[in-house]
Design a protein around this ligand. Structure first.
Ligand code: ATP
Ligand code: MG
Ligand code: FE
Length: 340
């Protein structure tokens, strides 16, 4: 049995053919990073247009790389939420069309659940129940992952996502987009304790994040505070490395702290992490230390399945088994379902 999964929530157009035993026969990802680079972030209009141009070639590549025909498929799955409305509509329209003409069941994928399912795909053991952390350009969310399809949201960011903060701070520092990798590189030679940047909610038990104050603090440190008499010292590579390292530490400290609090609150000893920011070296290292200390299993999605991809659409088999199919008039849901 084979499944075609389609992903177009943000700025990656992706398709994958996935076997019943979660084998990935093909996983094609067409990133639009280059299109959005000059704007320092994803421009929804440009993203939607690029998805339209790419969706069919991406699906065709996924089919041909897997060496299978459309008639070999058992179901079509697509991420219907959350994401950018124009982007989501492209993948969903393609999926509905294929389901209709091939007379196959349609399965709706929750994109953030899929990010966490990427952890299950790489693990021989059952990773759930677990605390789930999704840290990406659009999300900083903590979930109570009771199983693959039941993941109530515990908390999320009240303003910027962690990846968004990396991207914006990189722009302030004049580093290239996407900001995560360039800040990590710049931070290599820096002193992470050079600046004491704010860590929102760190000393509170509330499972929430906020990175906009941190971003402003970096902006003032680099460009100076509006109306202040004193100008900040001239930027040089040492200072830049120190700012990058201190910023990175502030983000990571707060994320690790919130994961630890969630583990404590739920009494779980398993932590699953997905999303593009999970590629960050300091984050991976510090999560590992915290989990080792707490005797907690840490599963971070494999690098290629951290950023947006369709292979994590393997979660659709879970819906398939439970006969949870979507009707052909299903709509996209751009927003995140809020925590209770
Ligand atoms: P979504 O939020 O819908 O999942 P996205 O495209 O915004 O989609 P991803 O593709 O999962 O998110 O991840 C991209 C983000 O990850 C960017 O903000 C990027 O800066 C960040 N990122 C990538 N590598 C690193 C790294 N090494 N350190 C920190 N952040 C990183
Ligand atoms: Mg992306
Ligand atoms: Fe994503």
């Amino acid at each position: 049995k084979l499944l075609l999964a389609i992903e177009s929530t943000c700025d990656e157009t992706a398709a994958a053919v996935i076997g019943r035993d979660l084998t990935i026969l093909s996983s094609i990802v067409s990133s639009q990073s280059d299109l959005h680079e000059q704007y320092g972030g994803v421009v929804p209009e440009i993203a939607a247009r690029a998805h339209v141009e790419r969706i069919l070639p991406v699906i065709e590549s996924a089919m041909s790389e897997a060496g299978v025909n459309l008639t070999d498929l058992s179901a079509i799955a697509v991420a219907t939420h959350p994401g950018l409305v124009g982007s989501l509509l492209v993948g969903v329209t393609a999926a509905k069309t294929l389901a209709l003409i091939l007379d196959l069941p349609l399965i709706a994928i929750d994109h953030v659940q899929a990010h966490l399912y990427a952890c299950q795909m790489s693990s021989a053991k059952n990773v759930f129940p677990a605390v789930g952390l999704v840290v990406s350009g659009g999300h900083t969310n903590l979930y109570d992952c009771r199983d693959a399809l039941e993941m109530p949201l515990l908390g999320s960011t009240i303003d910027d996502a962690a990846g968004e903060a990396f991207d914006k701070v990189a722009a302030i520092l004049g580093l290239t987009y996407p900001g995560g990798p360039s800040i990590q590189k710049a931070a290599d030679d820096g002193n992470a304790d050079a600046f004491d940047f704010p860590k929102a909610f760190y000393h509170q038990s509330r499972l929430a994040f906020s990175f906009s104050g941190l971003k402003t603090a970096v902006l003032y440190e680099v460009k100076g505070q509006p109306g202040a008499h004193q100008q900040p010292p001239e930027m040089n590579s040492k200072r830049l490395a120190d700012v990058a390292a201190s910023f990175e530490k502030a983000v990571v400290d707060v994320i690790v702290r919130k994961c630890e609090q969630a583990l404590k609150q739920l009494g779980y000893n398993s932590l699953c992490v997905g999303g593009g920011v999970a590629a960050n070296r300091r984050l991976r290292h510090d999560l590992k230390s915290m989990c080792t200390e707490r005797k907690t299993q840490l599963v971070i999605a494999p690098m290629e399945y951290c950023t947006d991809n369709a292979a994590m659409g393997a979660i659709a088999w879970e819906s398939y088994d439970r006969q949870l199919f979507a009707s052909l008039d299903i709509d996209v849901t751009p927003g995140l379902v809020r925590a209770q």
